[in-house]
Design a protein around this ligand. Sequence first.
Ligand code: PLP
Length: 437
Amino acid sequence: MAKNKFNPADSVNPETIALHGGDYRSDPSTTSVAVPIYQTTSYQFHNTEHAANLFGAKDFGNIYTRIMNPTVDVLEKRVAAMEGGVGALCVSSGQSASMLSIQNLVKAGDNIVSSTDLYGGTWNLFANTMKDLGIEVRFADPTDPESFRKMTDDNTRAYYAETLPNPKLKVFPIREVADIGDEYNIPLIVDNTAAPVICKPIEHGATIVVHSLTKFIGGHGTTIGGIIVDSGKFDWAKDPKRQPMLNNPDPSYHGMVWTEFAKAVGPIAYIVRARFVGLRDLGPALPPQSAFQIIQGLETVSLRMEKHCSNAAKVAEYLSNHNKVSRVIYAGLDEGEAGERANKYLKGGHGALCGIELKGGKASGEKFINNLNMFYHVANIGDARSLAIHPASTTHSQLSDEDMESAGVNPSYVRLSIGIEHIDDIIEDLKNALDAA
Ligand code: PLP
């Protein structure tokens, strides 16, 4: 790749990094400014020694697109820089990012402690699929950081949480839980999907950040993808018993001890193993075409987040004053401890997500959704367009009333992901739907 004359490492600003990061200035053979789609499966080795060095992790370079690709590489480097990490790994979906971020540290018989407030797919993965694999996920109360400590034992390998989980939209106490983790040498993995740009979990002590790139970073509802970012700040070698995967000889990589390897190349033991073992063996690679699409989104994510946030703030204010709305759930309206956390961890806005409960109950929630004209009725968040869903009749319909309530879903609850359209059109659509509800 042609190097940048402008050194993006000089900038800490996400607007600039998103456009100039990734160690990419232009394509060396064509001078293409846009990142090309390197649509290839494999890469010609110079000779057998070169090939052997690549396979032995003595040299870094391209081997095979399941494990790395130059288009994907730019995306990885840009998101890593935006989050303040030292390296990243793209995968085929947000789901595989969550799974691989944990599988890199745990094996059957181990456990992790996770916040209860999670995306439904992650909840299912943790409560059922991981259980079937012999990995126990213990669920802790995110409003009480000490509950993470209480659930920790000798086999706990990681803590897991979301920055801004919906439907409750209560910002997670990142620093508080990361500090508890530090006492036990346990890393905190944070899913920052709902708060790119406005929250940098690594600055608050998170070790690993994951994103569904499908949402705000991609931003246009076209492409599924995920990423794992390594802060490079965690001392994996400090307590080898706590982190055996990175400290014991790895039989799947000719006895490599990943923390030893990191001594020579920098603090990237975690993310290198995730690529060379996790991605290599399990195979959820992000296609280069998808990486290209997501890079287009990434380049404007800061601008979009500004607009998402300012529109959502106006929507929350409008809905708070509407006589058919009994409650507005929005991080910017939180008071007390939750409000303090929202202001501590979110900068430049409180995100695009906003929930409402309607006085007329479940039927009103359904009528409201059915009378939205501009908002799309979809199971998604983070599109440039405004989106809405009624969890009680869709994503949470299989839950008992009691379980729904504990998940934060009142039967009338409607989740809104506020887009970047003109605010007048957004409010008009909400007004008409509320009139009919
Ligand atoms: N994490 C969060 C917070 C999500 O909202 C989602 C999807 O909705 C995921 C992870 C999973 O992402 P994907 O759909 O890209 O697999």
